[in-house]
Design a protein around this ligand. Structure first.
Ligand code: GTP
Ligand code: MG
Length: 355
């Protein structure tokens, strides 16, 4: 899962990035832009690891990309083709807005900046769609223009009309075949977006209140928005783990930004987590909400989906309450389910399969 950090020059992208990735290995500076892999904090996962002491642990991770559109630093506001490609390849975007200077600490300005970002990405998508439609117009004169092309064309025309009218991608109704036909374009308007309002150190305790209208406006558009002080969080992240919690309480911060942001990303991407557990490995698997047991099996390995027989399911709550998978199973908490069974957040799974 790849999340691109984006925002105007000097808005605090790198400060946020370093706060998120501090203490987490695998920050790569050799590639431009800079990537950092962050473990998704999950007390359920920690408990399962504690329980099984497995040989291998695989928590959920997010690959954060600093300044993914490369509009910061010496790049200015160019939005190069290469950077656009990188941005399109992300699964979600985190937009950081500068509200830490006297002249930017203004709810109306924050809202305006978020709106103009939405307009900008809509414009980018429209350019892409129009290009494709033009090329298709030429192609469709050739005899091999098939049904797939017609579906794609119809979907693109619908998107064009709706985006031009200022509609949000999420509100545009596309059927499954249309969605598949346009998925390859990696439209920016189709990506989940989280907005981080970067406020001054002294404002952090009252910030949620001050920006509540801007946040609820964005919330109405399906965009999670929260306030933080990137600089303050960076200072906290530099402290020993043990001191961090106390310091946050003192500052009136209820949750470190890493946890807040990751939660917002999971929720915007409609992700839930299922687990596979045992002495060999404890593994957290993110999947789209309402996925079936078959889809869960497929996310582990296509063989498991191909040879799927049944899935054994025990909820995390039951594993926790009984102190282990075997114990919960012995207490009758295991359910044997078929392909269509919908996976709930926290389910522990064992897939029975035969290939
Ligand atoms: N007071 C204050 N300053 C901040 C905060 N966040 C960032 N800054 C400062 O703003 C400046 C720019 O921060 P960066 O994190 O480098 O911003 P950036 O978006 O990565 O900048 P570019 O990569 O140049 O676009 C630095 O001097 C930071 O110390 C904040 O929460 N409060
Ligand atoms: Mg930077």
């Amino acid at each position: 899962m790849k999340v691109g950090i984006i925002g105007k020059p000097g808005s605090g992208k790198s400060t946020l990035f370093h706060t998120l990735t501090r203490g987490h290995e695998q920050v790569s500076h050799t590639k431009e832009p800079v990537h950092g892999v962050v473990v998704v904090p999950d007390p359920r996962f920690d408990y399962l690891v504690e329980l099984y002491h497995p040989k291998k642990v695989t928590p959920g991770t997010i690959d954060f990309v600093d300044d993914v559109a490369r509009i910061g630093g010496e790049h200015g506001r160019e939005f190069s083709d290469e950077a656009m490609g990188e941005l399109r390849a992300t699964d979600a975007m985190a937009l950081i807005i500068n509200a830490f200077e006297p002249e930017t600490a203004d709810p109306a300005a924050v809202r305006t900046e978020a709106v103009s970002f939405l307009e900008e990405i809509a414009l980018r998508d429209l350019m892409l769609i129009e290009n494709r439609l033009e090329r298709m117009a030429k192609q469709s004169r050739s005899p091999q223009s098939g049904q797939a092309l017609q579906i794609e064309k119809g979907a693109l025309e619908k998107l064009k009309k709706s985006l031009e009218a200022g509609e949000r991608f999420a509100d545009i109704s596309l059927d499954e075949s249309e969605k598949r036909a346009v998925a390859g374009f990696q439209l920016l308007t189709a990506k989940p977006l989280v907005v981080a309002v970067n406020v001054a150190e002294g404002e952090v305790a009252e910030a949620d209140e001050k920006y509540s209208q801007a946040r609820s406006y964005l919330d109405g558009l399906g965009i999670a928005a929260f306030c933080l002080s990137a600089d303050l969080e960076r200072q906290v992240a530099e402290l020993d783990e043990a001191d961090q919690a106390d310091f946050l309480v003192e500052l009136g911060i209820t949750e470190p930004v890493r946890d807040k942001l990751i939660r917002a990303i999971y929720s915007s991407c409609h992700l839930v987590t299922f687990f596979t557990v045992g002495e060999k490995e404890v593994h957290a698997w993110p999947i789209p909400r309402a996925s079936t047991a078959l889809e869960a099996a497929d996310s582990i390995h296509s063989d498991l989906a191909r040879g799927f027989i049944r899935a054994e399911v025990i909820s995390y709550g039951d594993v926790h309450a009984h102190g282990g998978w075997d114990e919960a199973k012995a207490a009758g908490r295991m359910r044997l389910v078929g392909k269509e069974h919908v996976i709930e957040d926290g389910d522990c799974l064992y897939i029975r399969f035969k290939v």
